[in-house]
Design a protein around this ligand. Structure first.
Ligand SMILES: *[C@@H]1O[C@H](CO)[C@@H](O)[C@H](O)[C@H]1NC(C)=O
Length: 256
């Protein structure tokens, strides 16, 4: 009799636990599915973009590489940021004149080529790509564009890469003065916090560019909310289409 009473009283608990669990499992499955789709579609896309650009551009000419990318994205779906957003990125490059640039999420290297062609002499680009296959093809495109030694491709997750950057940066202690985030938006806030913690943002000024294909996504809201709560360090400078520029300055730095 008491056993029955106990089991009946446990029913709501069991239902609750299992339904919570189901939600968790579902959201995990969902994310895994999205990842698989992204990986397969992403790779097909990268491969065909690469083939198109490689065979149709003038080798050694960055502007021709970019034009060929733009031609490709007029005909096929593409993850490239495109010429309009690209020109705004160019403006930021010209204004900031960064000696160290970090790109998280290289994809087909469209933005890497854009950044490299405006890098001041002696400047460096470190670009991070989680998928090693994509990283290889992206690096090929950079070489096709004619760049040889001003860049380094890290085929790592953004989290791993950030933890290894201090060492890579050693000679230029100042940190990055431009960071382009175009990887998984779910990681934007986490990665910004670890860039801060590792002291990788140039204290006298760093522009952080966020690419967000879906501006209403929670992950984008989260990083922008964080930026607003730290107004002594961060300021939102421009927001256009799929791009937001944030200016960072260490709270301890006095800048006129
Ligand atoms: C080069 O461009 C043409 C269109 O201008 C296209 O039909 C062709 O497939 C491209 N080459 C490759 C290898 O994608």
């Amino acid at each position: 009799m008491w056993l029955m009473a106990v089991s009946i009283s446990l029913v709501p608990v069991v239902i609750m636990v299992s339904s919570c669990f189901r939600v968790k499992v579902c959201s995990l499955c969902h994310r895994a599915q999205a990842w698989a789709r992204w990986l397969i579609w992403g790779r097909v896309c990268v491969r065909s973009t690469y083939a198109f650009v490689f065979s149709n551009c003038t080798h050694g000419k960055p502007d021709s590489v970019l034009e060929t990318f733009d031609l490709y994205s007029k005909m096929y779906p593409s993850v490239c940021i495109g010429p309009q957003v690209g020109e705004v990125l160019d403006d930021v490059m010209r204004r900031v004149g960064p000696s160290m640039v970090l790109e998280l999420g290289m994809h087909c290297a469209y933005s890497s080529v854009r950044l490299l062609r405006l890098l001041p002499p002696g400047g460096r680009l470190i670009t991070v790509e989680i998928d090693p296959f994509t990283a290889d093809l992206g690096e090929e495109i950079i070489l096709v564009a004619g760049f040889k030694d001003q860049f380094q491709v890290l085929p790592l997750s953004s989290g791993e890469a950030i933890l290894s950057l201090r060492e890579l940066l050693a000679p230029q202690k100042g940190g990055f003065s431009l960071v382009l985030m175009d990887h998984d938006p779910v990681l934007y806030l986490k990665d910004l916090l670890s860039l801060e913690a590792e002291g990788l943002l140039c204290p006298i000024g760093c522009s952080i560019i966020l690419i967000h294909r879906d501006r209403r996504a929670d992950s984008v809201k989260n990083i922008l909310d964080y930026i607003r709560t730290k107004a002594q360090c961060y300021q939102i400078k421009t927001e256009i289409q799929i791009m937001t520029e944030i200016c960072y300055k260490s709270a301890g730095t006095m800048v006129e």
